[in-house]
Write a protein that binds this ligand. Sequence first.
Ligand code: PEP
Length: 245
Amino acid sequence: MPARYAIANWKMNLPPEGIETYLKALGAGGNGAARIVVAPPFLYLKDVVSLARSRVAVGGQNCADQPSGPLTGEVSAPMLRECGAEFVIIGHSERRTLFGETDAMVARKLGVAIESGLTPILCIGEDQKIRDAGEAGIFVSNQVKSAAVPPLQKVKTLLLAYEPVWAIGTGRNATGAMVREMVTEIRSALERFWPSRFVQSAPILYGGSVTPDNVADLAANGQIDGYLVGGASLDSRKFLAITTA
Ligand code: PEP
C-alpha cells in the first residue's frame, strides 16, 4: 500500500545536512502522496515550522500529561499547538521504558493532546520477552484498551504506530507478514474498546528500523498506512525513499 503518512522522529538529533537543506529536500523531493510529519526536538520546533514547505507538517515528540502547571522541564500540548505543531507522538517506547511512562500517563497525555487540537500519533508495541512468550497480541490489545479515553469521541484523526520495542533502533525490523498479523490484532482491539468509527478509519503505521532497503516488504505485505522512522529519517534522501515506497 502506498504510504499515507510518514513521520520523521529525529529524537535528540538533528539531520547532519542541516535543517534548512533537509526541509528543502523534503518539500521538493519525491512524488509520493504521503503526508510528511517532522518531529524535531522541542527547541527546534519553531525553526522547522517556519522552514517547512506545504507537504510537511510538524509534530512534537512528546507532551506533558497536564495542559499547564508546575511541571518543571515539561512542554504542554497547548504550547506545541501554539508553536505551530499539528501532531504529537504519544507513548513512544523510549518514553515508556527510559522515562517510566505508564499506560495511565499515556492515556492522560492522549486526552490532553486531543483537547488541545493536536493529532496524536499513539505508539504501541511489545518487547522481545513478550513476543517470545507469544503474548504480543494481547499486550498491544491491552495498550489499545488502556488508551480508550473519553476525548476520543471528539478527535477527528488519530494515528496508531505499531512499534515493536525490539525493532526500534536495533536494525532488526519486523517483516511485512509479522506487521500484518499485529495490525489485525490492533484493529480487533479497536473494535472492542474504541468508538466504532476508528475500527476501519484509524491509520496504522509501522515503526522499527525502517530503511529504504526493507520498506518494500512492509509496503507490500504489512497492511499499513505509513511509517514512523527514527534513524533513517535523519537523512532526507533515505527518508524520501521511504515516503515514496
Ligand atoms: C522510532 O524512533 O520510533 C523508530 C522507529 O526508530 P528507528 O527507525 O531508528 O528504529
